[in-house]
Design a protein around this ligand. Structure first.
Ligand code: NCD
Length: 300
């Protein structure tokens, strides 16, 4: 059996591996956990702030019995002593680290390290490129709600162009036959996104009654210099609030990868909405990451 080396984006997982990840996620959540990573060393390297992803990778590794080290970027010789990324990768694999979980502001950084590292690399978010484990937990959350996702519809709303979450979700949801409508102003949603059956829509109100799930996004202010649209205009057109919630289809769910900014992409009424699934997403994030680690290291 060939064991998959790394997870840089969802394309790295075959359909069989995707199924294995979801099956294992369910088993782990049902308490069927064995120390399948006992004695295996994982290192987490987060060059960008992270609460959810960092903590859940740590928990996932610990729950599978791995040895875990967290390499803070400011302490790495890479940052301060001129050591190259490639030489850092050689060093870490020489001491027996088998998996590296990497987050970085530069798109392509985890792929670069994967080429030099003799082990598994998991992308925990690179620039605006990809965030595959977030997409997996988003899909898992939707499957829990709806079962088979074929024919379901999702609106992804907001700053699409800078969102690695959106990019990986689009990939994954398309593969599973979900109808995708992207919603946002031109500066956050260029026309080029309308391809392969993906619809783009400028008017949030026009899609409220027709989707099974709404995925809200944070405006990624750290990835651009000037806000291209006035905050008040953005809020008026794209914030999910009480009036818009009332127009959602019955049974529709609302998701957000976090961190969410109250007052911008959502208001407090969303946090009370019966279909608000943020905590469910965070919950699934731990078992999904356990499943990814287990599938990569031990095979399907
Ligand atoms: C996101 C990220 O870092 O890409 N958060 C996450 O990992 N759950 C989204 C964001 O920062 O807005």
């Amino acid at each position: 059996m060939q064991i998959r080396r790394s997870l840089i984006d969802l394309d790295d997982l075959s359909t069989g591996e995707l199924d294995a990840v979801f099956e294992r996620t369910a088993a782990f959540e049902a308490g069927k956990v064995r120390p399948t990573l006992a004695g295996f060393a994982c290192a987490n390297m987060f060059f960008e702030p992270s609460t959810r992803t960092f903590a859940s990778f740590n928990l996932a590794e610990l729950r599978l019995g791995a040895h875990v080290i967290n390499l803070a970027p400011k302490d790495l010789s890479l940052a301060t002593k001129g050591e190259s990324l490639e030489d850092t990768a050689i060093t870490l694999s020489a001491m027996g680290i088998g998996a590296l979980v990497v987050r970085h502001a530069e798109s392509g950084f985890p792929a670069r390290i994967a080429r030099a590292f003799d082990g598994h690399v998991i992308n925990a978010g690179d620039g605006s490129n990809a965030h595959p484990t977030q997409a997996l937990l988003d899909i898992y959350t939707m499957r829990e709600e709806f079962g088979d996702l074929r024919g379901r519809s999702v609106a992804i709303v907001g700053d699409i162009v800078h969102s690695r979450v959106a990019h990986s979700a689009i990939h994954g949801l398309q593969r599973l036959g979900v109808a995708i409508v992207l919603v946002g102003p031109p500066a956050f949603l260029p026309e080029r996104y309308a391809h392969d059956g993906i619809r783009i829509e400028r008017d949030f109100d026009a899609v409220l009654g027709e989707c099974d799930a709404v995925m809200l996004l944070r405006i990624q202010r750290e990835r651009f210099a000037d806000m291209p649209i006035d905050d008040r205009e953005y809020v008026a057109r794209y914030r999910l609030d009480d009036a818009r919630l009332r127009r959602l289809r019955s049974g529709a769910i609302v998701m957000h990868p976090g961190p969410y900014n109250r007052g911008m992409e959502l208001d407090a009424s969303v946090l009370e909405y019966i279909g608000w699934r943020y905590a469910r997403q965070v919950h699934h994030g731990v078992a999904v990451r356990m499943a990814v680690l287990d599938v990569l290291v031990n095979g399907c």
